[in-house]
Design a protein around this ligand. Structure first.
Ligand code: T4K
Length: 395
């Protein structure tokens, strides 16, 4: 193993290793599709590639309707509006800011509920205390693609007369109790952003088994147009372009290979981090389908000797650009921090977890040899935590 000069020598990697480096399945197939698209001169607005992408997603997820959109944030806004959410909606704070913004953007109040520290998802036991006469729904996120407690949330929603929807942005290709994520709640919204497991440059899709809701969402995605010159509903522009669908289709054809790469990398991290005190890799349920897109490590300072933030600094010094998703939690970002300054009182698990999680690089750009080095950096830093901390203090 090479001698690793933690924080003192040259970075271990000459090129930065990113979390979220895009995966690209088959370049030739993408270029072929793009060429055909240019020949057709049909670039957007429900073109043949978008229609094919929608059909293939619906079949893959075994869901009745799929409407592709330009990104998941717009997808969430449309789905939230189409489903009739208003007033207050219960959401996790431990999620990407878009989950909360999609509500606030429409003057719906996101009410942050705490998470289960083992699943990182909404904790059903902590939801009902937040229900008021203004509450209309629950919007859960399948954080890291690991499913929310769907049945418990559905039971609460039904008993309390609330709507239930899911931000499934990171969860494409994942299952819950043998059923693909995509058909739960009123609707689910996937992201196909460049950094996501299935990427279409930018993009997303809304999936639902509800015919009326699907029709409404489709109208809303295209300004409310029903045929030429006939607007029958309020809408926006959420349309996916053909070039995005070309990328999405091509990557959809390659997802089994991408899962294999992600899983191989996850196992390499698991082996490399085994036995290091104070760091734990988030497990995936091997009885379900998972995309293994996120390598999530929890740092317990008391056992590790360094904090999560100190370890992130060590990694960055070595050109390993690990990320602190979803630090510091939506409730501690604007406008929520100013609007709800005491929200943290109800979010002890969110605050604790957000300070302990670091997401490590994976995907096609990362090899098991690189992971071996990343783990060696972590092992070495933690074995000499006092001098490392002193070096970090010196700056
Ligand atoms: N709900 C949830 C739960 C989400 O996680 C997200 C998005 C959404 C909703 C909204 O979905 P979209 O509207 O985006 O479809 C990123 C992504 O921008 C965001 O899509 C994602 N979640 C979130 C978790 O992460 P940033 O600001 O951290 O990403 P960014 O652009 O800095 O990229 C991360 C790293 O990836 C960079 O260090 C470099 C690398 N990268 C990125 C891009 C775009 C590349 O190497 N190539 C690239 O093309 O938010």
């Amino acid at each position: 193993m090479p001698e690793l000069a933690i924080l003192t020598g040259l970075p271990a990697f000459t090129q930065a290793l990113h979390v979220g480096r895009p995966n690209i399945a088959n370049r030739e197939r993408f270029l072929e599709r793009t060429g055909q698209m240019l020949d057709r001169c049909w670039l957007s607005n429900n073109g043949p590639l978008v229609q094919e992408f929608e059909r293939r997603i619906a079949a893959f997820l075994d869901v009745k309707h799929c409407i592709c959109v330009c990104n998941a944030t717009i997808g969430l806004e449309i789905a939230i509006r189409a489903a009739g959410f208003r007033g207050e909606v219960i959401v996790p704070s431990y999620t990407f800011i878009a989950t909360a913004h999609a509500l606030q953007w429409q003057e719906i109040t996101p009410v942050f509920a705490d998470i289960d520290p083992t699943t990182h998802n909404l904790d059903p036991a902590r939801i009902e205390r937040h229900i008021t006469p203004r509450t209309t729904g629950i919007l859960g996120t399948h954080v890291w693609g690991r499913p929310c407690p769907v049945e418990s949330l559905a039971e609460i929603a039904q008993r309390r007369g609330l709507k239930l929807m899911f931000d499934a942005a990171p969860a494409f290709g994942c299952s819950h109790r043998g059923r693909m994520i995509g058909g739960f709640g009123l609707a689910e919204v996937f992201s196909f952003h460049a950094t996501k497991f299935l990427n279409s440059f930018e993009g997303g899709s809304i999936t639902t088994n509800n015919d009326d809701l699907a029709a409404k969402i489709r109208l809303m995605t295209n300004f409310g147009f029903s045929g030429y010159d006939n607007v029958i509903y309020i809408g926006t522009n959420g349309k996916m372009t053909e070039v995005c669908a070309a990328m999405g289709l091509t990557n959809l054809e390659g997802i089994e290979d991408l899962v294999a790469v992600n899983r191989r990398n996850y196992e390499a991290y698991r082996a490399g981090l085994a036995g290091i005190p104070g760091v734990a890799l988030m497990p995936y349920d091997s009885t379900e389908r998972a995309n293994y897109q996120y390598v999530v490590m929890e740092v317990d300072e008391a056992a590790a000797g360094l904090t999560r933030d100190e370890l992130v600094k060590v990694l960055h010094a070595e050109n390993v650009l690990a990320r602190k998703y979803f630090w510091p939690g939506c409730h501690r970002m604007e406008p929520y921090r100013s609007l709800y300054p005491y929200a943290g009182m109800f979010l002890p698990e969110t605050e604790r977890l957000a300070a302990r999680i670091v997401v490590l690089p994976t995907g096609q750009a990362v090899t098991p040899e690189m992971i071996h080095t990343i783990c060696a950096i972590l092992r070495s830093a933690l074995a000499q935590s006092a001098p490392v901390r002193a070096a970090l203090c010196r700056g």
